[in-house]
Design a protein around this ligand. Structure first.
Ligand code: NDP
Ligand code: PYC
Length: 333
């Protein structure tokens, strides 16, 4: 499919499910971006997930985000129970202005439903020359290192660094061994998962994707991922007055929807510390990137940017089974 065809499919499917037009456009855009960049677990597959959340009554389909500024340097968007994408779009210009004025600014999205990757949000800031960090909890699916019962969400951390004339340095990963969406794709394909991704409901390691989904996922990097997962809970939960992953799954009330709660985005203007010396210091960052690549290591997001270039030239291939499931959503509407 071309990306335009994909965008139309996503927007029409979301509209048919009852999502207001401005939300449908914003949500479709992140799904198209995910598919375009070769992120299958957060690409067009998410149509099934989003429509499920709409039908389960987890998301407010016509929510109107409300932007406020609780203090100097802080921006808050109350998403009103809608998907996070429109709330972020409404907060972004204010976050940019605030970061440029003060050197640093933080945006809290509250009361949103989140099913997406975070890199589109940090890229929106690096495109404007800012450094960005974004975090969000999800549902309590992940056991702390040393335990086997879910406490944390899959709690992604995304970081972006602008590179003049080049694609930004961006990483974006779950603090679980892998995103839950990846395990869901294994389940759909009937494929086993590595035995260090999670536990079954009895706390035993398993390669059965279905059993991991019903049991507990593991953090990445043992105690280090576990501590980072806790940090994400704290920063984008209690710190901004929103739900933890345990609160999110409780609020879901077994409806099987996407996580409900908050997200924290921090934007830093390099000119704040560096003034006229921005170029000089960004050049030192380039030397570090070169030292990584010179030895054959790759930068995070390089695979994604390569997929983007391919998709922009040739379009994308959607698995037939997924396309059939998306078309079936319309039939059930
Ligand atoms: P991965 O483990 O696939 O890794 C993601 C990051 O690591 C990417 O930036 C990737 O770059 C980079 N990377 C991977 N391999 C290498 C390598 N060999 N060298 C250098 N960099 C590398 O991702 P996850 O499964 O942890 O997460 C996938 C997505 O799921 C994320 O976008 C995340 O935001 C999303 N997610 C969203 C949640 C939510 O609540 N909204 C919850 C959990 C996850 P590249 O892309 O180029 O491969
Ligand atoms: O893949 O873990 C995940 C996820 C949770 C919410 C959105 N994606």
């Amino acid at each position: 499919m071309t990306l335009d065809e994909l965008r139309t499919l996503a927007t029409d499917t979301l509209r048919a499910a009852g999502l207001a037009y401005d939300h449908a456009e914003a949500v479709a855009e992140t799904m198209v971006a995910g598919e375009r960049d070769g992120c299958a677990s957060h690409g067009i597959y998410r149509l099934l997930v989003a429509v499920n959340s709409i039908r389960a009554g987890v998301v407010v389909t016509d929510a109107v985000p409300v932007v406020t500024s609780p203090r100097t340097g802080l921006v808050r968007v109350d998403g009103g129970g809608g998907f996070a994408q429109l709330a972020f779009a409404r907060g972004l210009p204010v976050l940019l202005d605030t970061a440029r004025s003060h050197g640093i600014a933080a945006l809290a999205l509250n009361n949103v439903v989140h099913f997406a990757a975070l890199w589109p949000e940090v890229e929106a800031l690096t495109e404007q020359g800012l450094v960005a960090i974004a975090v969000t909890p999800s549902h309590a699916w992940v056991a702390p290192a040393g335990g086997t019962r879910p406490v944390f969400g899959t709690n992604p951390i995304a970081f972006g660094w602008p590179r003049p004339g080049r694609e930004p340095f961006v990483f974006d990963f779950a603090t679980s061994a892998v995103a839950r969406g990846e395990i869901e794709l294994h389940r759909r394909a009937g494929k086993p998962v590595p035995d260090d991704w999670g536990y079954d409901a009895d706390g035993q390691a398993t390669t059965d994707a279905e059993k991991v989904l019903a049991g507990a996922m593991r953090t990445f990097g043992g105690h280090k991922g576990s501590a980072l997962a806790a940090m994400v809970e704290l920063l984008a939960g209690p710190l901004i007055g929103d739900l933890t992953s345990a609160g999110s799954i409780a609020a879901d009330r077994n409806r099987g929807g996407s996580p409900i709660g908050g997200e924290l985005v921090i934007a830093i203007d390099p000119a704040g510390f560096l003034g006229d010396a921005v170029s000089e210091h960004l050049a030192r960052a380039e030397a570090m990137f070169a030292a990584i690549e010179e030895q054959g290591a790759r930068l995070p997001s390089s695979r994604r940017y390569e997929a983007r270039r391919r998709s922009l030239a040739y379009g994308v291939e959607i698995p037939a089974a997924l396309h059939a499931d998306i078309m079936a959503l319309g039939e059930r509407a």
